[in-house]
Design a protein around this ligand. Structure first.
Ligand SMILES: NC(=O)c1ccc[n+]([C@@H]2O[C@H](COP(=O)([O-])OP(=O)(O)OC[C@H]3O[C@@H](n4cnc5c(N)ncnc54)[C@H](O)[C@@H]3O)[C@@H](O)[C@H]2O)c1
Length: 291
């Protein structure tokens, strides 16, 4: 399977980073989103992030210019049918992802590989809604994609070896490192990380500590580069809640119960950095704790 053209569905936080790293690794990238504003914002952000890499001498100006030329966008999902590999990075909601794959399937080439960047949803279940479960995998990047080294590769029950090897080779061409996870709720990274973030929110909810004291404790007491609440804001509180719900439903264990305070923030539309307010308020430019 030769992969040269890559389709990306969703131009949000993850989609723009994924487009960035694929274009730098000399793949042709075609990106789509239901929001045309999201598409233009993603292209502008990729350009700014590439400029930052040029200014730090991580890449040359020519690499940046070539990478930008390799990225095209389309508002029409089915245009991605002509690509060799599709990475779905739309909102973490199963009905959205399933609808995307169902719309795409009739337009795909016979050997196009389908993948999802989902943080937690069953790869086997998503694959079963397509015509090619053997050519379907989890391709889970970490945020921010240009900086984080890991890609989790998740096989569904039916994923064949050729598909796995093709995706593994793509990760190597991106200069990243893969870890293989079995298809169980939230895979490896989020199975461990999200309950810690959820526990930090319970710690806040029960009044054990303030936002500031919880984040300072984990940064200076456990040597974490970011506090758990700062990290939750960075990931997006809607995504955190969606992952906790998948763990809770999928493993049927009360230890994964999402903290009611997390639900309340999401209901308020306080989704973290992407909406300018979460456990911190970012609107003044300097993060101010909201509790
Ligand atoms: N945020 C993280 O730290 C992180 C890390 C790893 C994986 N992920 C996963 O990546 C995926 C995307 O997360 P994100 O943080 O980029 O979310 P986001 O909210 O920043 O972006 C999601 C994008 O999907 C678009 N979208 C929604 N429905 C669509 C549709 N039907 N067709 C095309 N586009 C559609 C939205 O307009 C939005 O631009 C999720 O599955 C999430 O679990 C997120």
């Amino acid at each position: 399977m030769t992969i040269e053209k890559v389709g990306i569905v969703g131009a949000g936080q993850m989609g723009n980073g994924i487009a960035h790293v694929f274009a730098l690794a000399e793949y042709e990238v075609l990106m789509t989103d239901i929001s045309e504003d999201a598409l233009s914002a993603a292209v502008a952000l990729i350009e700014r992030n590439l400029d930052r890499q040029v200014s730090k001498d991580l890449i040359t100006q020519a690499q940046k210019t070539d990478a930008m030329k390799r990225i095209t966008t389309t508002p029409t999902l089915t245009d991605l049918g002509k690509t060799d590999l599709i990475i779905e990075a739309a909102t973490e909601r199963e009905t959205i992802k399933t609808a995307i794959f169902e719309d795409l399937v009739p337009h795909l080439k016979p050997d196009t590989i389908l993948t999802s960047n989902t943080s937690s949803i069953s790869i086997t279940r998503l694959a079963s809604r397509t015509d090619r479960p053997e050519k379907f995998m989890g391709f889970h990047f970490m945020n921010p994609v240009p900086i984080m080294q890991l890609v989790e590769l998740i096989r569904g029950i039916a994923t064949d070896e050729a598909t796995f090897k093709a995706c593994h080779a793509v990760v190597e061409r991106l200069g990243k490192t893969s870890a293989t996870a079995e298809d169980f709720p939230a895979f490896i990274v989020n199975r461990i990380l999200m309950p810690m973030i959820n526990e930090a929110i319970y710690t806040l909810y029960e009044g054990v500590g303030s936002v500031q004291s919880i984040d300072t404790s984990l940064k200076l007491g456990a040597n974490h580069p970011m506090g758990p609440l700062e990290l939750a804001d960075f990931i997006g509180l809607d995504t955190c809640l969606a992952i906790m719900n998948v763990l809770h439903d999928g493993l049927a264990d009360t230890k994964y119960r999402p903290c009611p305070l997390l639900t309340k923030y999401v209901e308020a539309g306080w989704l973290g950095r992407k909406s300018q307010r979460g456990f911190y308020d970012y609107r003044s430019g300097t993060p101010v704790p909201t509790r």
